[in-house]
Design a protein around this ligand. Structure first.
Ligand code: GLA
Length: 370
């Protein structure tokens, strides 16, 4: 291990879009994410100091914290970096001090994993400066631990694995039980299809109670079925839920079991370049999130419904829920019609006009010349 003190390191990490497979990660199921082209960039100057100073182009004031920081000591945006230092040291790795400047390219609170992008970029910069080589799955676990135990958001591994494993023109089929991923070609542009990212600009927070309540419901159901996670009953199908006493818990678990199957079906459809089928599965996923898992909002439902009514192959909310973004798969020729219809109906309903952009799978986290 050689720490390169005084030599700047630049490292960046993208946001992510989950094509399908929501809230399946902490149930040890499947998901199919891509990386966004938008990235958070960290420029890090390592020194022998025993503290780290972080500044962000989105924040007025820098924050300094000691390298031996503990959960609770730093709150707010800087906690995402302090948490990384804490989790890195807890995993037995040395972390140098110094100064870190953050340029945030991923919108916060939009369901695009801006927190994980910041965490993974900071982690990559610290590891590079310290000369540590840590495989992506362990990096994801360190970054997730920072978010769970330092920041206090009970999230799964989706965002970090998506960000660390992403490749251009591909989605990753992640198996959260085996902690493996398989690249699946996802190049809609090559097939005359557009992936639209529709940002409602309604923000959410996953440190809040709704996300945790969904997780608790899934864990309660697993315990009631005598298994350690819902993944263990996946092969038995939704019939296994008939014995459950609580209707709400049953619907939550039904979302997880059906969603896992949709992820596997979508990966197969992508393999066959069957975008109509991928679209159908996306819409079915949205309905399941709306009716069974109940993590959408009227605003988000309006966007997804309008996109499909205007001719999209399919549309669904992406991310943890309660706001954020909708993705729509659209024949390239219908792109403008769908975008206009969505903007108009949202405006009519009195919500803020959404931003609609055509997007593509980007590359995963990595270093770049400083
Ligand atoms: C958030 C969490 C992830 C995952 C998704 C929902 O993005 O950070 O771990 O649970 O919500 O799929």
């Amino acid at each position: 291990m050689t720490t390169s003190l005084g030599r700047p390191v630049r490292y960046s990490a993208p946001g992510r879009i989950n094509l399908i497979g929501e809230h399946t990660d902490y149930n040890f199921g499947f998901a199919l994410p891509i990386a966004l082209p938008e990235r958070t960039v960290v420029t890090y100057l390592p020194t022998a100091d025993d503290s780290l100073v972080v500044r962000s182009d989105r924040e007025a004031h820098p924050v300094r914290f000691p390298l031996n920081t503990i959960p609770g000591a730093v709150t707010g945006w800087a906690a995402y970096v302090a948490g990384i230092v804490w989790a890195l040291r807890s995993a037995g790795h040395h972390s140098p001090g110094g100064t870190m400047s953050i340029s945030g390219g991923v919108e916060t609170g939009s369901g695009l994993a801006s927190s994980a992008a910041l965490g993974c970029a900071a982690l990559g910069a610290l590891l590079t400066a310290a000369g540590h080589s840590v495989d992506p799955v362990e990096q994801a676990q360190i970054a997730r631990r920072a978010e769970n135990e330092y920041v206090g958001a009970p999230t799964g591994l989706l965002d970090q694995l998506a960000i660390l494993l992403a490749e251009p023109r591909h989605a990753q089929l992640i198996d959260f039980h085996r902690l493996t991923a398989r690249s699946v070609t996802f190049d809609p542009d090559a097939h005359g299809v557009a992936l639209l990212l529709i940002n409602s600009h309604a923000t959410h927070r996953h440190a809040g109670g709704d996300y945790a309540a969904r997780r608790a419901s899934c864990e309660r159901t697993a315990a009631a079925l005598g298994v350690s996670s819902l993944r263990e009953v996946q092969d038995r199908g939704v019939g296994v839920l008939a014995a459950l006493a609580d209707d709400e818990d049953r619907r939550r678990a039904r979302h997880i079991i059906t969603e896992n199957q949709r992820v596997l079906d979508a990966a197969r459809a992508l393999h066959d370049s069957d975008f109509a089928e991928v679209g159908r599965l996306m819409t079915a996923s949205h309905v399941s999130m709306r009716d069974d898992f109940e993590i959408t909002t009227g605003h988000i439902d309006l966007i997804a419904r309008t996109a499909v009514q205007a001719g999209a192959l399919g549309a669904r909310m992406t991310g943890g829920g309660f706001g954020g973004c909708v993705i729509a798969l659209v024949d390239a020729a219908a792109e403008e019609t769908v975008a206009d219809a969505v903007r108009q109906s949202v405006r009519h309903a009195g919500y803020r006009e959404p931003t609609v952009v055509r997007t593509h799978p980007g590359r995963g986290a990595g270093g770049q010349p400083a």
